[in-house]
Design a binder for this molecule. Structure first.
Ligand code: NAG
Ligand code: NAG
Ligand code: NAG
Length: 862
């Protein structure tokens, strides 16, 4: 029976099978192949009953187009769905629908000629719990094959004395690849003429003699043998049966009683090994030379391949080297042929035992991807079913994992074992695992075998590049050579190959550049600390994954100072204006000096005035120029200084600047009267002096400058206090006679004259007496003492220059008064006119009649 039992069944069935095949029992109990087949079926069904609740059954007719829906897993199980074997069928991962993948020919799938279901199995892994579900798919037969005869002409010899009812075996049976009724062949004869009939008994086909034969009357009978199958539309084949009636005086061969009927082939059979030596005798011949042995055409194809029959000697030997996985049993029907005789037949059952391996072999059904018997799994996958492990013979042992086999687990399920990972694998920790499966048998302690399953972890880009430091800090001197090396950064990526290959990039490079491969940062251009003192670069490391992962680090670059900047004055030439009255040590002005370098290089170590002996000094602390001595504009009205500033760097850098200090005047000098040289000076004037002539002049000087030295003269008082005939010109100090001298003007005139400068706010002044003697004698006059006079108070400065403006002011005042007066007059006039008009209006109201007429025309009427 060449049924292809489902895997789940096979273990149990082969277990039963093995149990039966103790050789002694074989020969004793199972002479016929059918016995074995029936037993196997019973066992199979019993087992099927046990697991019925779990196994899913589907049925499809053969010869269906690819893509036909067979059924669905979704009625029983939850998504997702997967199939371990997608050779014939496939499953929709989400809906659980099963479809055929190709046209399935039952006869190709199950090449056996025997009856029986054509079933193939698969295993589905369903739901997120990875539940394993066995699937059985039954391929239903259709009558797509006609019976076939191997030969078109079948020769047959029958002795003429064969009594009615004698049956002669027909070895030429037709083959029909279909199963069940479609493959059940019914034979009958056409045109037998009543001599023969066909008897069909299970696998035997015999020609039965129906009427007495007579060779002398008819030697040859040509019959047509029809083989028709049992399909609903039967298919048939024919062969010509050529029956030759032979003489009676022949004896035909017979197998000897001691010819073997059973044989055993050792585990490893070598080609040519003797299987059995058959013996047959023909009494006529006395020797067997004329007898030829042959296998029946009905022996299995497998037997035809395995065994060789030596036609003359009857020696059955192995035709090929054999190495069996499972026990085999072959029933060889053998004929002993002799010319003109119906053949004698016997049967030899050959038992073939596989090499007895004490350990059941481990069968691995890979669920996960696999290569060369190694499971390949991506890292970081959640716990995953890797494979379904099965022992070829479950009764022979159980499976367990070696305790070192972490992180893997083995769970028994439906007679198999599920090998899964118990946690995500990390390629970076371990790229290759060897999972040791221990096969042990609780009943047989000798049985303890290990089998190693390799699990290769595939790298996934799950690691980002990581810098050795999150922050790097480095220094570089300014004014560096372009292209100078700065720093090397390095990031590592735990992933392998391309995933771990790191490339560097600066996100904000500025004057820096990075070597993409090596992480070497260099400076492209010369740096100037005075422009930027610190750079914070961000280095990005990116690996070669798709998508890639990134890591960052900051690089702080401090630019170190060099003394490359001299001190700087804000201007090359300072101008200061300072009052000559400036007190000592007071500030003349700010003198700021800057140096853009840093530290000592930027410290202003000294600021000095290079000139000797000047009343100024630099106050370094305050950054100012101070006076340190007296300044007198009247002595020196400006100072030209040269100032130098030096920094504290090495080498020392310096800068110079010029300073011009203008000394501003202060009204610190009162006018000095040079003429008259004394209060007692005297001048004699002739009474005949004409009016308007200039008498004398006061001459005074003021050492100050500007307004401070602008001198005016004024006569404050005269003695005697008469109306003085003398007048003084304010500006020039010219004293003139303004009117003709009269008699009473004779004698001494003392003029008290104030000499005043223009300083503001308080002008300085001095006073002088001018003594004039009017006498015709023109003697030299003598003044012994000046009159006793003191000005009551400091006379207010007379705004000499503004006199015109003052008169203007008066004019404005008078004009204002006039305007006011005019305004008042106009207002009064308006009021008067208004009052008058009102009276007129009232009159007009009383004389309404006139209004229509022309006022001019009506005048005469008035
Ligand atoms: C002249 O007299 C005035 C007023 O008394 C006095 O202020 C002034 O100093 C005198 N001049 C001299 C030179 O004595
Ligand atoms: C004052 O007198 C001098 C001569 O002594 C003369 O040159 C000058 O013009 C006079 N000034 C005035 C304003 O009269
Ligand atoms: C008015 C006046 O003093 N006249 C005098 C002029 O000079 C003569 C001579 O010295 C005097 O005698 C007058 O008295």
């Amino acid at each position: 029976m060449r049924l292809r039992p489902p895997n789940a069944f096979r273990q149990s069935a082969s277990h039963a099978h093995r149990a039966q095949h103790v050789l002694e029992e074989w020969t004793a109990q199972h002479h016929h192949i059918m016995n074995h087949a029936i037993l196997q079926w019973v066992l199979l069904l019993a087992f099927a009953e046990q697991i019925h609740s779990r196994t899913l059954h589907f049925t499809i007719p053969e010869e269906q187009e690819a893509g036909v829906k067979i059924g669905s897993l979704s009625t029983t199980y939850l998504a997702p769905y997967r199939l371990l074997d997608e050779r014939y069928i496939r499953v929709d991962e989400s809906t659980g629908d099963l479809f055929t993948k190709e046209r399935i020919d039952r006869e190709t799938l199950c090449p056996s000629h025997q009856d029986g279901d054509c079933v193939f199995s698969d295993t589905a892994v369903v739901s997120i719990d990875h539940e394993v579900v066995p699937i059985l798919i039954l391929v239903d037969d259709i009558n797509d094959n006609a019976p076939v005869f191997e030969r078109n002409v079948i020769p047959l010899h029958i002795p003429e004395d064969a009594s009615i009812g004698t049956a002669f075996p027909l070895d030429d049976q037709a083959q029909d690849k279909d199963t069940g009724d479609n493959g059940a062949i019914r034979y009958y004869l056409e045109d037998s003429g009543g001599f023969f009939n066909i008897r069909q008994d299970r696998h035997e086909l015999e020609l039965v003699v129906q009427r007495q034969l007579d060779r002398e009357t008819r030697e040859n009978h040509l019959l047509v043998l029809v083989a028709a199958d049992g399909g609903s539309v039967p298919l048939s084949a024919t062969a010509n049966l050529n029956v030759t009636v032979t003489d009676v005086d022949d004896n035909c061969p017979e197998f000897d009683a001691d010819s073997p009927t059973a044989a055993i082939v050792p585990a490893l059979g070598v080609k040519g090994t003797v299987v059995a030596q058959l013996k047959a005798t023909d009494k006529d011949l006395g020797q067997n030379a004329q007898i030829t042995f042959s296998f029946s055409r009905q022996i299995s194809d497998r037997a035809k391949v395995l065994f060789h029959m030596h036609g003359h000697t009857g020696l059955i030997s192995l035709a090929v080297d054999t190495q069996l996985d499972s026990p085999e049993e072959h029933t060889l029907k053998v004929f002993a042929n002799s010319p003109l005789c119906p053949p004698a037949q016997t049967q030899v059952t050959v038992y073939m035992q596989p090499a007895m391996s004490p350990e059941p072999s481990l069968k691995i059904k890979f669920v996960a991807e696999h290569k060369n018997r190694a499971i390949v799994l991506q890292e970081n996958e959640p716990p995953t079913v890797l494979a379904l492990l099965e022992l070829e013979d479950t009764s022979k042992g159980t499976l367990s994992l070696d305790k070192d086999s972490v992180p893997f687990s083995l769970k028994p399920q439906a007679g198999s074992y599920l090998l899964s990972t118990s946690k995500p694998l990390d390629f970076e920790m371990c790229g290759e695992y060897e999972v040791t499966v221990i096969i042990s048998d609780p009943h047989d302690t000798r049985l303890h075998r290990r089998e190693v399953i390799k699990v290769l972890v595939e790298d996934v880009n799950d690691n980002a590049p990581k810098f050795e430091q999150a922050r790097y800090e480095t220094d570089i001197r300014e004014n560096n050579e372009p292209g100078a090396f700065l720093l090397r950064v390095q990031a590592s990526d735990a992933d392998s190959h391309q995933f771990g290959k790191v490339r560097y990039r600066l996100t904000n490079g500025g004057p820096f550049t990075i070597d993409e491969e090596r992480g070497v940062i260099s400076v492209v251009e010369s740096l100037d600390r005075e422009l930027q003192e610190t750079y914070v670069l961000t280095v990005l490391a990116r690996d070669g994954g798709e998508p890639s992962q990134e890591g960052f680090a900051n690089v702080v670059v401090n630019i170190l100072d060099l003394n490359d900047n001299p001190p700087a004055f804000p201007t090359p030439h300072f101008y200061f204006f300072v009052s000559e009255s400036i007190p000592q040590l007071s500030q003349v002005g700010k003198v700021s000096v800057s140096d853009s370098d840093k530290g000592e290089n930027g410290r202003i170590a000294d600021v000095r005035i290079l000139n000797d002996e000047v009343p100024f000094a630099i106050d370094l602390l305050q950054g100012s120029l101070r006076s340190i001595g007296e300044v007198d504009r009247e002595k020196q009205d400006r100072y030209e200084l040269l100032v130098v500033a030096v920094d504290g760097g090495s080498p020392v850098l310096s800068a110079t600047a010029r300073m011009t200090i203008f000394i501003e005047d202060v009204n610190d000098n009162q006018p000095q009267v040079l003429l008259p040289s004394s209060n007692l000076s005297c001048l004699t004037i002739s009474p005949a002096t004409r009016a308007g002539s200039m008498i004398t002049k006061i001459y005074a000087i003021d050492e100050d400058s500007g307004m401070n030295s602008d001198i005016t003269y004024q006569i404050i008082a005269t003695k005697p206090a008469l109306e003085s005939p003398f007048q003084i010109d304010q500006q020039s100090g010219n004293i003139t006679l303004v009117q003709h001298l009269r008699g009473e003007d004779h004698g001494m005139h003392h003029l008290f004259i104030v000499v005043r400068d223009g300083g503001r706010p308080g002008p300085l002044q001095t006073a002088v007496w001018v003594n004039l003697l009017v006498n015709e004698t023109l003697e030299k006059c003598q003044v012994n003492a000046v009159p006793d006079y003191s000005p009551p108070r400091l006379p207010p400065p007379m705004p000499v220059r503004d006199r015109r403006c003052e008169s203007n002011a008066w004019l404005v005042f008078y004009c204002g008064l006039c305007l006011m007066a005019i305004s008042v007059c106009v207002l009064l006039a308006v009021v008067v006119v208004f009052m008058k008009r009102r009276k007129t209006k009232r009159k007009v109201e009383k004389k309404n009649v006139w209004e229509t007429g022309n006022l001019c025309e009506m005048k005469p009427l008035n």
